[in-house]
Design a protein around this ligand. Sequence first.
Ligand SMILES: NC(=O)c1ccc[n+]([C@@H]2O[C@H](COP(=O)([O-])OP(=O)(O)OC[C@H]3O[C@@H](n4cnc5c(N)ncnc54)[C@H](O)[C@@H]3O)[C@@H](O)[C@H]2O)c1
Length: 268
Amino acid sequence: MKRVAVITGAASGIGRGMAERFAAEGMTVVLADIEEKPLFKLETELRDKGATVLAVKTDVSNAQDVENLATRTIDAFGAVHILCNNAGVVCSRPIWEHTIADWEWVLGVNLWGVIHGIRTFVPKMLSQNTECHIVNTASILGLIRSPGQGVYKVSKHGVVALSETLADELAQINSLIQVHVLCPGWVQTGILNTERNRPDSLQNPETEVDHTVTGGFIRNAHVEMQAGLLPAEVAEHVVNAIQNGVFYIHTHPEHKTWIQARMEGIVE
Ligand SMILES: NC(=O)c1ccc[n+]([C@@H]2O[C@H](COP(=O)([O-])OP(=O)(O)OC[C@H]3O[C@@H](n4cnc5c(N)ncnc54)[C@H](O)[C@@H]3O)[C@@H](O)[C@H]2O)c1
């Protein structure tokens, strides 16, 4: 049986890079994203290249949608071997100024999206009793401390803690599921245009948005992102980690000094 990979946030950036790479490796790919147009465009593109592919419109912050994603996958292909909980959004301003809508949106997608993925897919993978892999996309910001992107950072530290616990508990029961947590530095993607995915129900009232703060972050980030990796390079790291049983996937080894500084601060 061909291996089946489910990727959330597959229509753009890192998710798209993983989908293209997995399809090139001959896997069946299930693409999940909230943005319909690029999602179904990618489905057509991959199918034209000969891949077995299914696109399922999914809002990962919605438990029912993730349940539907799993059902559609199992109905179509009978199993799931790789799950990439990758969809993500970002916003930035001083942490005490974030609105309830900011917290609900970013934690809803970045943290609850992964929680829904785990709650839905792990029991199915356990019952299959075949080798499986779960790749949760966190960030280097899930491993370090710094000012800025506070809500995002809370979500990504949460994804790291969730992944560590999941890996340790699955090891405890000798399961065949391996967990990996992807912690990239800058990657050239659509994330700085992230507000395109904010639902109407979680928009900030105009008066509450400090465009100078968020806008300043976005302007600086554009410069840094230009020096970032390509999504295909990140996909290469992911494939290597799956093949070699690597848990923490670092894409920018130079950032390890930041992690070390945080850890030394904690221990001291
Ligand atoms: N780009 C970077 O520099 C970088 C660095 C570290 C971590 N990350 C993480 O990588 C992941 C992918 O982001 P990216 O950089 O490729 O950005 P991107 O904007 O190119 O891709 C994110 C995808 O997630 C989708 N998405 C957003 N909300 C969703 C929802 N509610 N349900 C389903 N899909 C949704 C978007 O439509 C988009 O296709 C995110 O978790 C992000 O936090 C990115």
